[in-house]
Design a protein around this ligand. Structure first.
Ligand code: X2X
Length: 331
């Protein structure tokens, strides 16, 4: 931000104050720690919103699912009924409310970021946005949690056989099926409880994206091995309660939309940069990083196919096909 923009925002805020008007503070909930790219993207949105609305609106960010009693899966439902204004969360957290949101995370649906962007930044995303709207959530923009990589304390994982018997914390129901297909022992747990569970050895491992979560939340301090198996992708979205959205005038809506688009584009960028630099950093921290070969990735893909099939059915074959078509168009 340059000085002119800062002082314009400050001037606008001051003018509002002088006129006796008060900024309206919107509450934004997310479910990871305040060092993450989720938090930084949310804060960036708040700064841009305040700037673009001349100080009429600002955002207070609440991390660690504090506003939903620590339950990361409840945030979306609360936004839907207007109990929260805004949410930044990842798709997998919304699957109890709308199972269709598991589509992104189907094992090995995506091989790279171009394929991801062809869906989240293209037309394939519209039906998902319609579904969320029917639950009372207007999606303003898509950000990134990222490709989810496996960490554990027991052994290097290079093949499906290495997964057998590992006690793993997972975020949601689809991952239970994926880990079962691999012969691991999955356990669903809140993210807010996971770091302690890893520390105390309640579970051997977990899976999360490198740039958005593993590095900012210092998971590497508790985990010895990491496998970059890219088995599942998880997008973020910034959503607003439809009741709140409908209460805004058209100009404010346009300003908010711009702020969200810019903030989430930046959040995707910093998450990708953090991931790209992350492997070398993790090695420096003493993590044994294993990067599977294409053949080894194919073996994971084959082993997780049953979970893909079960969840493709639940998501809806048409929706899955539209995503696969968008992905195939990139190759
Ligand atoms: O709970 C997780 O693993 C996290 C932070 O990635 C999600 O919100 C899905």
């Amino acid at each position: 931000m340059n000085m002119t923009r800062i002082s314009l925002a400050a001037l606008a805020a001051w003018t509002l104050m002088a006129l006796g008007a008060q900024a309206e503070t919107l509450r934004l909930s997310h479910n990871v720690g305040d060092t993450t790219t989720w938090q930084r993207g949310a804060e960036k949105f708040g700064e841009l919103l305040s700037e673009k609305t001349g100080g009429a609106y600002d955002v207070r960010v609440f991390p660690n699912a504090q506003l939903s009693g620590g339950d990361q899966m409840r945030q979306a439902e609360m936004v839907g009924r207007g109990a929260l204004d805004l949410v930044v969360t990842s798709a997998i957290n919304v699957t109890p409310l709308a199972p269709e949101l598991a589509v992104f995370s189907l094992p090995y649906l995506y091989a790279n970021y171009d394929q991801v962007d062809a869906t989240t930044q293209g037309e394939a995303i519209r039906p998902i946005e319609e579904i969320l709207l029917s639950k009372g959530i207007k999606v303003l923009a898509w950000g990134e949690n990222g490709f989810r990589e496996l960490t554990n304390n027991t052994r290097p994982v290079r093949s499906p056989e290495d997964m057998r018997g590992l006690n793993l914390r997972v975020a949601g129901p689809m991952y239970i099926d994926v880990m079962n297909a691999l012969g691991a022992n999955p356990q669903q747990m809140q993210w807010s409880e996971t770091l302690t569970a890893l520390q105390q050895g309640v579970v051997d491992g977990q899976e999360n994206p490198i740039g958005a979560v593993i590095i900012p939340q210092q998971v590497y301090e508790m985990q010895k091995y990491l496998t970059t198996w890219h088995y599942s992708y998880d997008p973020l979205f910034l959503g607003i309660s439809i009741a709140k959205w409908d209460s805004l005038d058209a100009e404010t809506q346009a300003q908010m939309q711009e702020a969200a688009t810019e903030a989430m584009a930046w959040q995707r960028k910093i998450s990708r940069e953090g991931t790209a630099e992350g492997v070398a950093f993790l090695r420096e921290q003493g993590v044994e990083v294993y990067e599977p070969t294409p053949e080894e990735l194919a073996a994971f893909r084959t082993a997780t196919q049953p979970a893909f099939d079960t969840w493709a059915e639940r998501v809806g074959p048409e929706l899955v096909k539209s995503f696969q078509d968008a992905v195939a168009a990139v190759n």
